[in-house]
Write a protein that binds this ligand. Sequence first.
Ligand code: APR
Length: 250
Amino acid sequence: MNDKENAAKILKHAKKVVFFTGAGISAESGIPTFRDSLTGLWSKYDPSRLETAQAFRENPALVWGWYLWRRRQMSEALPNAAHLMISNLAETGREVYVVTQNIDNLHERAGSQNIVHLHGSLMSAKCFSCHRPTELTPEQLVVSREGEEVPPPRCGRCNGRLRPGIVWFKEDLPKGAWKSAMRLVRDCDVLVSVGTSGIVTPAADIPEIALSSKAVVIHVNIDDVSLEEPNEYMLIGKACSVLPALWNDS
Ligand code: APR
């Protein structure tokens, strides 16, 4: 049997599966990955420069406008066949969990229930000064034109500026999220790592942690991201082709 057939067989017999997902799983829904160069008016910006507390201090309107644009891009995107396969697998009586680095809500909209967002969510906002989480009103969700600077709304408690409820570079992950992810990753039979470059730690350590906890790791990526270890399968291809086939073949 080839790697894909072996991986399908292993998935079929798994009782507890964790899907560890990155930007690549949302790429076929039209949401650019972090390592794709930005297009349109944002092309002159580097996402890693926009996704920092320093960038927000220097130009809150630029970062808030970028956040609103990404929220709009996310709301216009639809869950794809890869998101739906994960949600459908959970209907087969297995324990299926999602640990995602993504800040979109496509796993939720595909029907997945048990989701850990390691890097927060575009759906949330909080105060830059007092950190109070804040629901945005429809008026605050102005539809910003691509590349437009929009001054962020103010916190109802301390009048500080609101910021996206996502983890920026050099910021710690939400404590509860990392603990939940570790509990799931250390206790699963199979970890399916989908569409992540494995660059940004600590999330990037997750496949290694799963392997050291005796789980089988199945990578799904258009590039080879394998760690060259035993109990690991590298399935090269697009998430929307590989994941449904992985389940259909099993
Ligand atoms: N199917 C499968 N894999 C894909 C697809 C696809 N259709 N398209 C792209 N990929 C792969 C790329 O080969 C790459 O390995 O998805 C990965 C995307 O990598 P990144 O853009 O680095 O995204 P990610 O790994 O999620 O980044 C992790 O870095 O920028 C920070 O906080 C941000 O959560 C993000 C973190």
